[in-house]
Design a protein around this ligand. Structure first.
Ligand code: ADE
Length: 231
């Protein structure tokens, strides 16, 4: 999978690229590239944003700047680009990222993530250049970079081999394998600590009983959290 992130802060992604599952995904053929809007701006003095028409606080990322960066990255009109590539604007009001969306995006060969800053994007960017808008939650971040990293994290860890253990991304919270419910609790050694024992069944070696116990705990958690289960 090839992910390109358009941002004003490409160096932020250096840390992210060093994380184990990202390193694994890269070693298995994925790529995470950044494109700096400022490096491609057609405006003087590295300008990328401007004041909003109609007034109001803050600055807005300019449509001509984003077009120039996308053209530099792909050598084509971004209006056509979104017809064959998912170009995703990170916006607080977009489609909420959940496990189903992460799975959907992980099936793509290529993704482009556009990070906004300040007050966000000139609406024409979203309307004409993007195929999707994605939000990581109903709160406003100072920019889309952290949101882009969250999307990349959730997507890359789903790629085969990224976690180093094939089962770990399969039966986890909100996955189809758990019918969309939160994951069951985990325990490890010591089997007892300060009088807090690990549930007996997990020490029994009885795989069918363990599976059933886990399903029950997972369902219980879904019910407690207001019916998050898909079924
Ligand atoms: N940009 C600013 N806030 C955001 C959010 N909550 N999700 C995605 N992108 C954002």
């Amino acid at each position: 999978m090839q992910i390109d992130v358009f941002t004003l802060f490409p160096s932020w992604f250096d840390w992210f690229r060093g994380q184990r599952h990202v390193v694994n995904a890269m070693a298995l053929g994925s790529a995470l590239e950044t494109v700096d809007y400022r490096a491609h701006t057609p405006l003087r003095a590295g300008q990328v944003d401007d004041t909003p028409f109609g007034g109001g606080a803050g600055m807005v990322l300019r449509v001509d700047v984003v077009e120039a960066a996308l053209r530099a990255g792909y050598g084509e009109d971004p209006v056509g680009l979104r017809k064959h590539r998912r170009v995703i604007a990170l916006t607080p009001g977009g489609r909420l990222l959940d496990d189903a969306l992460a799975t959907e995006l992980a099936a793509e060969e290529e993704l482009t993530l556009l990070c906004g800053r300040y007050e966000g994007f000139d609406e024409r960017i979203v309307e004409h250049f993007c195929s999707d808008q994605v939000s990581i939650g109903r709160y406003v971040l100072a920019g889309g970079e952290l949101a882009a990293m969250v999307v990349c994290d959730a997507v890359l860890r789903k790629l085969p081999g990224a976690l180093g253990h094939e089962d770990s991304a399969h039966e986890e919270s909100f996955s189809a394998a758990l019918e969309g419910a939160p994951e069951y609790p985990h325990y490890t050694r010591p089997a007892e600590w300060r009088g807090w024992p690990v549930p007996e069944v997990l020490l029994s070696g009885h795989h069918a009983r363990i599976r059933e116990w886990r399903r029950e705990r997972s369902r219980e958690r879904a019910e407690r959290r207001g019916g998050e289960s898909l079924s």
